[in-house]
Design a protein. Structure first.
Length: 265
């Protein structure tokens, strides 16, 4: 059995496990994941319906990723995900962009996606048991995993990327961006930090999210995920939504510039 066949099976199973976990704890468990979140609402808790919408998008993208994984074949001379990342940080010479972004991104992203699904299942179980401090390192590892995958991919450019690359860019970059909010939410929930935060924390939050949106190698899906974080916080934190709205304005401008001027996602 080839390695690609193994990863097809592993990714498919991890995807189904994650979907089943979210459906069970979201719809059938008592208390539900929303009820646990409402009972431990912190200063950085997003609106739960925004998070539901995010996972719907993620699972749709993962569905198409799995479908595409059965359509691709590997080539021996393609750079791995880690090789692309090291080229990004200029530890090794970079070749032409056309060799760095290919349809085999799906193959190289498969381990990160499968592990990410499993980590999210573990985080969900710990969250439901109200083990928030234990859940914090899990979501941190998963977010960093997806972040570095997105960095390795670089911006999505239809001139060089195929339709097979699209789901991998969507999954990794949106998961990394929303994962940043997940880390903050999990940490403040564990600490019992109530809303609204102090003025200094509000200013720091606006600064942090605007700076996160400026990471160049992750534009535009990454920008959209940061914008999504801020909108989810605005909807979930009416007590300090005016401060968050300022960050939304800056991020919207950055998203428009990325799409209209840079032309890559």
């Amino acid at each position: 059995m080839s390695s690609i066949s193994v990863w097809r099976g592993i990714v498919s199973l991890s995807f189904l496990l994650n979907v089943a976990c979210q459906l069970y704890y979201g719809l059938f468990a008592t208390p539900s994941i929303k009820q646990v979140a409402d009972a431990h609402h912190s200063a950085f808790s997003p609106n739960p319906y925004f998070i539901t919408a995010f996972f719907i998008v993620q699972f749709i993208a993962q569905y198409f990723f799995v479908i595409g994984l059965f359509a691709v074949t590997t080539t021996p001379d393609e750079p791995t995900l880690s090789e692309r990342f090291f080229r990004f940080v200029r530890l090794t010479p970079a070749s032409s962009k056309s060799t760095l972004v290919t349809r085999t991104n799906q193959i190289y992203y498969s381990p990160a996606l499968a592990l990410g699904n499993l980590l999210h299942v573990v985080w969900t179980v710990l969250w439901m048991q109200e083990q928030f401090w234990s859940a914090l390192p899990i979501i941190t590892i998963n977010t960093l995993l997806q972040f570095f995958a997105g960095v390795a991919f670089g911006p999505f450019d239809p001139r060089f990327n195929s339709e097979y690359d699209f789901p991998a860019h969507v999954i990794s970059k949106l998961a990394a961006g929303v994962g940043c909010l997940g880390i903050i939410d999990t940490a403040t929930t564990a600490a019992g930090y109530a809303s609204p935060p102090s003025a200094a924390i509000q200013v720091l939050t606006v600064f942090l999210f605007v700076k996160l949106a400026l990471i160049p190698e992750l534009n535009g899906f990454w920008l959209c995920s940061i914008l999504f974080d801020l909108l989810a916080l605005c909807a979930g934190q009416p007590g300090w939504s005016s401060s968050l709205a300022l960050a939304v304005v800056f991020t919207v401008v950055e998203v428009c510039m990325a799409i209209l001027l840079i032309g890559v996602m």
